[in-house]
Write a protein that binds this ligand. Structure first.
Ligand SMILES: *[C@@H]1O[C@H](CO)[C@@H](O)[C@H](O)[C@H]1NC(C)=O
Ligand SMILES: *[C@@H]1O[C@H](CO)[C@@H](O)[C@H](O)[C@H]1NC(C)=O
Ligand SMILES: *[C@@H]1O[C@H](CO)[C@@H](O)[C@H](O)[C@H]1NC(C)=O
Length: 463
């Protein structure tokens, strides 16, 4: 039948697709933290939230003015986590328009590391120069550069350690990109130079507010001009998301491998497994929703939960807790654990709803959220952090409170989407439209280009 022939034709395509996916792996950023997206404008005392982006001329790369400029990127580390991968993405966007890009990694392990080796290799291939973080070459480059971008608060340690008495000379051309919202980053050791740099670029309004508040209250320092820059989906991800054949092939393949039937409903949480990401509370909500269905005798398809981001080596105690819960509640045939992966497209193509359950202050941005929306998935997210700037409650998904008080609310939202196919499809579609409107790579480039222009201007005035 139609389905069979599709499956047969799908095989060579599948192989091709996997190759494409694996070469593009770097761009599928999932991570311990996600970043916040921006709207290219300076955040002052009051800023209008979610200001629309002016319509764009597609033929013109908004970063084209960076051609021949020298930009030094300083990463606190080089790994497959969100922060470094984002900076690499920026490195490639810049080298793509002819910027001379130099990369430094401040903290490197002493012993050779496979991940670092392959990422550095990837950068060299794309024309990014990789220098040692310390030494004369680093200092000379910093003094000569048109702009220096420090990535994450921790990268602040590099300034004094390497530049020493030259620090004040470079501060007027430093842009500080911040992707974190946790207390231990508010240390003078890291951020004492923050007030004197040209600008801070932060991934969401919530995170920017938090930084403004904490630097003032905890450290007594003032934030520099702050730009909120929401992220965008890579072109590679969008290509898969918009390819209906690819999506169908991945959909069938992944469901089959998980033992999920075509008619079943799949809710997935895609984050590295840790308490902060709320997998435990999600599973409790999921269990509660199964109980409600049973009690009320609701007519719904079989529900499944998928937890993508397992790492038994790293989070054994918490993981064990999750797995025990599943066994104890006898829902182990409904809950599927998948190892951590950078390549999330196959999972996004095969699920029905994304759950974003980050706790406390939530995600700084939460890139998986816009990636899921690209695949036309509704999102059930915590009303915290960047998620609130991405998900429109009641339009592209539903928000529930973080913490234990959110468990029942999430369970009810799971029921809502399970019992109403039209709502699910409508919300997925609205999410996709929202991505097309403000969360694409060219939107991000446009937002970043406004910031870079400002920083160049300030650096020049202060030279
Ligand atoms: C910072 O946050 C605290 C607690 O949320 C609040 O009480 C305080 O007014 C805030 N301060 C500023 C300067 O916004
Ligand atoms: C998942 O990770 C665990 C531990 O790291 C490993 O033993 C297992 O083989 C992995 N599973 C798959 C399907 O790769
Ligand atoms: C989302 O909308 C629902 C229904 O209107 C409402 O009950 C809920 O409080 C809203 N949540 C947030 C965080 O705005």
């Amino acid at each position: 039948m139609a389905k069979n022939s599709a499956a047969v034709r799908g095989w060579p395509l599948m192989v091709l697709l996997l190759i494409v996916l694996f070469t593009a792996i770097i761009f599928f950023i999932k991570a311990a933290y996600d970043s916040c997206n921006a709207h290219g404008y300076v955040q002052t005392e009051s800023f209008n939230r979610l200001k629309p982006i002016p319509s764009m001329r597609f033929q013109e790369n908004p970063l084209a003015f960076m051609k021949f400029k020298l930009v030094l990127l300083v990463s606190h580390e080089l790994s497959l986590s969100g922060g470094p991968l984002l900076l690499m993405e920026l490195a490639f966007l810049l080298s793509g328009v002819g910027t001379e890009v130099v990369w430094l990694t401040n903290q490197k392990p002493v012993e050779p590391d496979e991940v670092i080796y392959s990422l550095e290799h990837k950068m060299l291939e794309k024309g990014v120069k990789v220098f040692p973080a310390k030494g004369q070459e680093a200092i000379d480059t910093a003094l000569k550069a048109d702009m220096i971008i420090l990535n994450t608060a921790v990268a602040g340690k590099w300034l004094d350690a390497v530049l020493k008495e030259d620090v004040s000379r470079v501060l007027p051309k430093v842009l500080w990109w911040i992707h974190e919202m946790r207390g231990h980053y508010f240390k003078l050791e890291y951020v004492k130079h923050l007030p004197f740099v040209a600008g801070a670029m932060i991934d969401s309004h919530t995170t920017a507010d938090y930084w403004k508040n904490r630097t003032q209250e905890r450290l007594g320092i003032k934030m520099p001009d702050t730009y909120v820059v929401h992220l965008g989906n890579s072109n590679d991800l969008m290509e898969v998301a918009e390819d209906t054949v690819a999506r169908r092939v991945l959909h069938e393949h992944v469901r089959e491998s998980l033992g999920v039937r075509k008619e079943d409903l799949v809710f997935a949480i895609i984050n590295s497994v840790s308490r902060g990401k709320g997998q435990d509370l999600f599973l409790r909500s999921f269990y509660e929703s199964l109980q409600i269905i049973q009690e009320k005798k609701l007519q719904v398809p079989s529900l499944h939960a998928v937890v993508v981001g397992s790492d038994m080596n790293a989070q054994t105690k918490f993981e064990t807790e999750l797995r025990n819960f599943v066994v104890e509640k006898r829902i182990h045939d409904r809950v599927h654990f998948v190892n951590k992966t950078l390549n999330v497209s196959p999972y996004l193509a095969s699920i029905d709803v994304l759950v974003q359950n980050s706790q406390a202050r939530g995600e700084c941005f939460g890139r998986i959220t816009i990636e899921a929306m690209a695949f036309q998935l509704p999102v059930l997210g915590t009303a915290a952090g960047g998620t609130m700037e991405i998900v429109l409650n009641g339009t592209t998904g539903w928000l529930h409170p973080a913490g234990k008080e959110g468990v029942t609310a999430l369970a009810e939202n799971i029921i809502k989407l399970s019992t109403d196919v039209n709502m699910r499809l409508r919300m997925g579609k609205k999410g996709y439209e929202r991505v097309k409107e403000i969360f694409l790579e060219h939107h991000m480039s446009h937002r970043i280009s406004d910031v870079l222009k400002d920083v160049l201007r300030k650096a020049k005035n202060n030279a």
